[in-house]
Design a protein around this ligand. Structure first.
Ligand SMILES: [Zn+2]
Ligand SMILES: [Zn+2]
Length: 293
């Protein structure tokens, strides 16, 4: 079974409203992300990209060696859709996120004056060129974390679109048993326990989902039940933090068995920042490679 990440605007509103009731302290953050997810869903419907082709020989080799189908630099981006989305995200951020409002204004000005080229920003993100973001920060005063956030969220509909297309190359008869994303090779960013107790991991970059063993650390492949634990609080039984003593890494999860509200994993991921703080206080580090979301 898989979790349907295609969601309507109405469902996003419902999911946000349910979470706001549970955690009023997150109201501003949830309002902000509600707008972001809505424009992203809208943008995703307009993506127009040729499929990424993988030859039979390459596919056979990737399958045999347990390599991901592509690396993140091989994702392709619908430039028109991503550019339009970047402008929308800047506007949403300018009014809806105090922390990044200045950066959103600066990005819009730099784009308008062509000092900043959005295509180059998207390419730098996919090539994980930290030096590029550092240079923009130094030359233009645009905080690199904010620029990476905007760039990632602008190309996310293209990433999800490509991941859905590429997933058709995966072998349904041989379930993926690695801890990294079979599509793009990134580490999982979030996980979910289904009603039947099955565990699903979501890629921290392209949001592809795959099933995983329950007692298994996706970051170091540890399967020893003595060194794999999870924590949850009595007040929030539907969230948990899975941790591994071997590599000292954690992964946040939502447990669908304890809730009947609508679950939209990208929203749960951002509405559980307190779990990141908790896990880090306990001495565990996040397994997400790119902290862009
Ligand atoms: Zn992925
Ligand atoms: Zn581990």
């Amino acid at each position: 079974m898989t979790v349907d990440l295609a969601i309507t605007s109405q469902q996003i509103r419902q999911a946000v409203a349910a979470l706001k009731k549970l955690r009023p302290a997150y109201a501003d953050l949830l309002n902000f992300y509600e707008k972001i997810f809505m424009v992203q869903e809208d943008s995703k419907g307009q993506i127009n990209l040729d499929p990424i082709e993988i030859s039979t020989e390459t596919l056979a080799l990737k399958c045999k060696e347990k390599f991901s189908l592509i690396g993140i630099s091989e994702f392709i981006v619908d430039q028109k859709a991503a550019t339009a989305l970047l402008k929308q995200l800047c506007q949403i951020t300018e009014t809806g996120n105090d922390e990044m409002a200045d950066a959103a204004r600066a990005i819009q000005n730099a784009l308008a004056s062509t000092r900043l080229n959005q295509k180059a920003v998207f390419a730098a993100l996919l090539n994980t060129e930290d030096a590029y973001f550092q240079k923009i920060e130094k030359d233009m005063g645009i905080e690199k974390k904010a620029l990476a956030f905007m760039a990632y969220n602008s190309i996310k509909p293209s990433l999800v679109h490509c991941a859905e297309q590429l997933a058709s190359y995966l072998d349904a008869d041989n379930p993926w048993d690695k801890g990294f994303c079979p599509v793009c090779g990134s580490a999982p960013g979030f996980s979910l326990f289904e009603d039947e107790g099955n565990r699903i991991l979501f890629c921290g970059f392209c949001w592809h989902q795959w099933a995983a063993q329950r007692i298994y650390c996706p970051f170091c492949e540890n399967q020893d039940s003595n060194s794999i634990h999870y924590y949850f609080s009595e007040q929030e039984k539907n969230y948990r933090i899975d941790v591994c003593d071997n590599c000292k890494t954690y992964l946040k999860a939502i447990d669908q068995r304890n809730t009947d509200r609508m679950i939209y994993p990208p929203l749960e991921f951002v509405a559980s920042l307190h779990l990141d703080i908790k896990a880090q206080e306990m001495g565990f580090k996040s397994g997400i490679q790119l902290t862009l979301q």
